[in-house]
Design a protein around this ligand. Sequence first.
Ligand code: DGY
Length: 329
Amino acid sequence: MRKVIAYERVEKPVLEDLQKKYDVHFFKNIDPKTDPEFLKHLHQAEGIIGLDLPVDHELLENAPNLKIVSNVSVGYNNFDLEQLDKRNIMATNTPGILTDTVADTVFGILIATARRIPELDHFVKDGQWDQNIESKHFGIDVHHKTLGIIGMGRIGQAIAKRAHFGFDMDIVYHSRTRKPEVEETYHATYASLDELLTQSDFVCLITPLTPETEGMIGKREFELMKKSGIFINGSRGKTIVEQDLIDALTNGEIAAAGVDVFEKEPTDPDNPLLKMKNTVTLPHVGSSTHETELKMSELAATNLEKGLNGGKPPNLIDPEVWKQLHKGS
Ligand code: DGY
């Protein structure tokens, strides 16, 4: 039976199905650089499926039989694509199926932050609601405000749809390429990053993490935002400089922030962002609903099996690798 490594997150029914067909070894909460059992199986593994395993030069040196790495996520910043391409190893992700779920999460954090929902939930549950609320408990409106979306891929567009049709918001966006159809459908205006930051009431970051986007929002960018502005991060923790966000909130450069992602995950319990009243923090659950996680695991398994069995995985990140592998056939 061919060996497959499953790492961190593969939904149970999918894992059980794979176990019927392959010699699957599931690893969780280990250090993949040092765990002897993991390294032993890695040496013979033809496929890897899972979440957030750093697939870099070091790992690949220990995986001489590897044919495919299949992420159970749309993000693939854990892959060193250059190293994978060099070795003609296929890499796949799970785009599309999680779009609406992540957009719901991002919009949820946005409303929760603006209307201070977690904070006021605690206020009620802690028994502090003993008289009529005062202006110090008020939130700010979301509807009819200006939303700046950085990254206008599938998820950015699903956020724009909610903002335009559900909340009558004005949409400003910034992305690598202009999207005329988005501008028309959601009445969105393309802007430079700086224009977006200065104009928006809410700045929502949803761009993938790449060498170009790493640390793209820091001190200078927070300073450009309105003092009443709210920053939402639904991308990856490293697309911002987290310390600069902490400073911007502490110094009143921006009013509040909602984040689903952190520079280091899980984040340290003493991260100042967790102690602030004007932040809403989630443990990277953008796509984590029962329905969507199952669909992501299923799609990742389809990608894995196609690749293992000589077919073309539907979600190849770099289709050139497949062409190279099947050159002349
Ligand atoms: C994704 O799919 O990239 C989500 O952020 C979960 O990791």
